[in-house]
Design a protein around this ligand. Structure first.
Ligand code: SAM
Length: 143
C-alpha cells in the first residue's frame, strides 16, 4: 500500500487493535478481468494459513450491524483458528475465493475501493474491540 490517506486510515485503526493485525498483500495480476480474478484468487487462497477461518468482504454477503459483527468476531476467535479477511482487487473476488470463505460480510450495498475497505474493516475491528470492552468509543445509544 502506497503512503497516502488510505494507508493512514488503515494505520490509524490497526495501531489500536490488540493483537495487531497482519496484512498479506497479493501482487496485482495481469490479463483479462476473469484471468485477474482467477490469478489473484489462487494467490489469496494460497496465502491463507492452514487453519484459516476465512471471511470474504463481499457485496453479496450478510451486512451485520456493528454489535452483530462484534458478536460474530468473538465467535470466530473462540474457534482458536486464524481469522483471515479476504478483500478483492479492482476486478473483485473470484468465485473460488467466496467458495473457500466460511463467511461473507458486506459493508453495505455500495461498492468501495480495496484500500478504503481495508481501512473501514480496521475501523469495524476496532469498534468490535470497543464493544467487547464496553469502551465509550462505540456509542450504541447515539448512532
Ligand atoms: C473495487 S472492489 C471490486 C469491484 C468489482 N468490480 C466488483 O464489482 O466486485 C474491491 C473489493 O473491495 C471489497 N468491497 C467493495 N465494496 C464492498 C462492500 N460494500 N462490502 C464488502 N466488501 C466490499 C470486495 O472484496 C471487493 O472485491
Amino acid at each position: 500500500m502506497k503512503a497516502g490517506p488510505e494507508a493512514a486510515l488503515y494505520a490509524h485503526y490497526a495501531a489500536r487493535l490488540r493483537p495487531p493485525p497482519e496484512v498479506a498483500e497479493i501482487p496485482e495480476a495481469r490479463g483479462s478481468a476473469g484471468e485477474v480474478r482467477k490469478r489473484e484468487g489462487a494467490a489469496l487462497i494460497a496465502a491463507l494459513p492452514a487453519d484459516a477461518l476465512a471471511v470474504a468482504l463481499d457485496l453479496g454477503g450478510e451486512a451485520p450491524d456493528s454489535e452483530r459483527f462484534a458478536a460474530l468476531l468473538a465467535r470466530w476467535e473462540e474457534s482458536g483458528r486464524s481469522v483471515c479477511f479476504l478483500i478483492g482487487g479492482a476486478e473483485g473476488l473470484d468465485p473460488a475465493v467466496t467458495a473457500r470463505a466460511e463467511h461473507r460480510i458486506a459493508l453495505g450495498p455500495m461498492t468501495w475501493p480495496h484500500f478504503l475497505v481495508r481501512g473501514m474493516l480496521a475501523e469495524q475491528l476496532y469498534r468490535a474491540q470497543a464493544i467487547r470492552q464496553n469502551h465509550p468509543y462505540h456509542r450504541a445509544w447515539r448512532p
